[in-house]
Design a protein around this ligand. Structure first.
Ligand SMILES: CC(C)(COP(=O)(O)OP(=O)(O)OC[C@H]1O[C@@H](n2cnc3c(N)ncnc32)[C@H](O)[C@@H]1OP(=O)(O)O)[C@@H](O)C(=O)NCCC(=O)NCCS
Length: 156
């Protein structure tokens, strides 16, 4: 198996849980949007680096919509998975949920797509392994990602 052999989507899935402390919160006692964005970026870059086997930089993050807040004492859960591998870039989907550990309640907070570029030792974009598409859902996810990529690159 070479460095650029196709890799499974499941091989790079990344999950994180963050306990919300006062230093993460705004004056309303809920997590800062910027803190959620930082956790999204971290979860996604781990996923991108697991897939590519290279250090990666964030090229773009698509629209973020904050659906429902998460309070101090609750938990922010993040799950990142690759939806498409292009030449040197990858689209990563991140789903964020809030969790009240004492009641078991869970709710969607943010969903977004971010693009990461793998970097060579010379700090230039470098090719990434293709994504091994195993199911119809994987094929549909890749096709949807290609549509989003066209729209996002048209904005540059
Ligand atoms: C992202 C970056 C590496 C692209 O470099 P570049 O010189 O434009 O290189 P290229 O034109 O060859 O593009 C490389 C890849 O980035 C993708 N890309 C570039 N800009 C993009 C954008 N705004 N959104 C999504 N993908 C983008 C290209 O489509 C290409 O992907 P592909 O090889 O899969 O087709 C460069 O713009 C950069 O370093 N940006 C700053 C990154 C940063 O500081 N992030 C925050 C800290 S990690």
């Amino acid at each position: 198996m070479t460095e650029l052999s196709p890799r499974l989507r499941t091989a790079s899935i990344t999950e994180m849980a963050e306990y919300v402390l006062p230093q993460h919160a705004n004056v309303f006692g809920t997590v800062f949007g910027g803190q959620i964005m930082a956790w999204v970026d971290l979860c996604a870059v781990i996923c991108a680096q697991r897939h590519s086997g290279r250090p990666c930089v964030t090229a773009s993050v698509d629209d973020l919509l904050f659906r429902r807040p998460v309070r101090v004492g609750q938990v922010v859960r993040l799950r990142a998975q690759i939806t498409a591998a292009f030449r040197t870039s990858m689209e990563i989907e991140v789903r964020v949920t809030g969790e009240a550990t004492t009641t078991g309640e869970e709710w969607p907070t943010v969903e977004c797509f971010a693009t990461f570029v793998a970097m060579s030792d010379e700090l230039r974009p470098t090719p990434v392994p293709p994504l091994l598409l195993q199911s119809d859902a994987d094929v549909l996810a890749q096709a949807a990602a290609e549509g989003r990529r066209r729209a996002r690159l048209a904005k540059r």
